[in-house]
Design a protein around this ligand. Structure first.
Ligand code: NAD
Length: 386
């Protein structure tokens, strides 16, 4: 078997953790006799420096023709003063839209050896295993009009939040299908007491829930959800929400795991999938070889799972991550009580050592999330985003 992968390291620590993730990807691919054909492109700030634009058309075309895309992170203070159309983040929004990646899955799982690394007490985070299903191509990040204008006493800026019934229906189905394979509970998060988009969201999700009688549905206002995530995070199974709320809540949820450097993500549509750590380019620690590569490496596991349907390979990576943590390896973001830390590259190499150590293990079991059906569902859905 052969797979074409587009590799977009991006900026700051994105570049550093991507190298580790690709190393793990190649290693596991070899073990499972998967031939990898990869192409690398600059994106975000790196692309602005090289080509004067955040993303090249050639890159978009290559992504559309790939079997999967891996992205590190984009952005950094060097480009913060750029005009809106020349900001690194434009590359990411463009990719999401062009690849019609309307689903963003962010699994938040607390590995037991890391329960003490969270800023919450271990007894609150132990056992947390939730999935954030975030709508990714609609809402306020994409709504039009979007502009800044001059007014008498300064400037005025406008963003538009819009959602349509089909957009809500398809992401709701993804969440319910995922819940069917998990603990059968969906928490839909909105701001229905204030926003009309949220009222449509709530009405539509409630209607779709009728097709899933075995799944419990609850609605939470986003402010309450933010509070419940730190008060009692174990109550959540699948959190279904829109683009902006999902962005914020998943960063908050990452702290349950101990670090933003632990959270992987998969962005799926009806074609190629894009895999990236949830974190950004972390300019404060970039270039020091101290970033945590585990979110990026776990994103490779999601790639094997969702894009290549290779459950055993995905499990091999997940188990290796769990083992390195169990034996005590920690990057600086996860250290506590004066523990020594390892570098980005050392952590990557430890994961590879643990993968090798598993070679003769019995066949891995299916991923607990078991979301193959979700991907099948995505394939049957329309590509259109309104
Ligand atoms: P960030 O995620 O880059 O960093 C937030 C905090 O988490 C920082 O303290 C950082 O050191 C830490 N952190 C992040 N990743 C880590 C890792 N792998 N290991 C250890 N610690 C890690 O968010 P930010 O500082 O708000 O944004 C920095 C830049 O990244 C901005 O330009 C922003 O636009 C961009 N950004 C990009 C993406 C993306 O590419 N998907 C996502 C978020 C932010």
């Amino acid at each position: 078997m052969r797979k074409r992968i587009v590799f977009l390291p991006g900026d700051g620590v994105g570049e550093e953790v991507s190298r580790g993730a690709m190393k793990v990807l190649r290693h596991v691919a070899e073990e499972y006799e998967l031939e990898i054909e990869s192409r690398e492109f600059a994106i975000g700030g790196a692309c602005l420096d090289k080509h004067g634009i955040p993303v090249q058309e050639e890159t978009i075309a290559a992504c559309k023709n790939a079997d999967a895309v891996f992205l590190g992170a984009v952005g950094g203070p060097e480009w913060d003063k750029n005009p809106a159309e020349l900001r690194p983040e434009i590359a990411l929004l463009r990719l999401r839209k062009e690849l019609a990646l309307f689903t963003n899955l962010r699994p938040v799982k607390v590995f037991s050896p890391l329960a003490g690394a969270s800023s919450l007490k271990p007894e609150y985070v132990q056992g947390v295993d939730l999935l954030v299903v975030r709508e990714l191509t609609g809402g306020i990040y994409f709504g039009q009009p979007k502009f800044t204008e001059s007014i008498d006493n300064g400037e005025r800026a406008v963003d538009t939040m819009a959602y349509s019934t089909p957009e809500i229906e398809r992401i709701a189905r993804v969440a319910f299908e995922a819940a069917m394979k998990r603990r059968k509970k969906v928490t839909s998060v909105d701001k229905a007491n204030i926003l009309v988009t949220s009222r449509l969201w709530r009405k539509t999700v409630t209607r779709i829930a009728e097709d899933y009688p075995h799944v419990e549905l609850e609605h939470l206002l986003v402010d309450n959800c933010a509070m419940q995530l730190v008060k009692n995070p174990r109550q959540f199974d699948v959190i279904l929400t829109g683009n902006m709320f999902g962005d914020v809540l998943s960063d908050e949820a990452s702290m349950l795991t101990g670090s933003l450097g632990m959270l992987p993500s998969a962005s799926l549509g009806t074609g190629v999938g894009l895999y990236e750590p949830v974190h950004g380019s972390a300019p404060d620690i970039a270039g020091k070889n101290i970033a945590n590569p585990l979110a990026a490496i776990a994103s490779v596991a999601l790639m094997f799972h969702y894009s290549f349907n290779m459950e055993n390979a995905a499990q091999t990576i997940e188990k290796a991550i769990e083992k390195v943590l169990k034996v005590g390896f920690r990057t600086a973001d996860l250290t506590m009580n004066g523990h020594e830390s390892v570098s980005t590259s050392e952590m990557t190499d430890e994961v590879i050592r643990k993968i090798d150590a598993q070679k003769n293990d019995s066949a891995a079991q299916n991923l607990s999330a078991g979301n193959g059906k979700v991907y099948w569902l995505l394939e049957t859905m329309s590509l259109e985003t309104s």
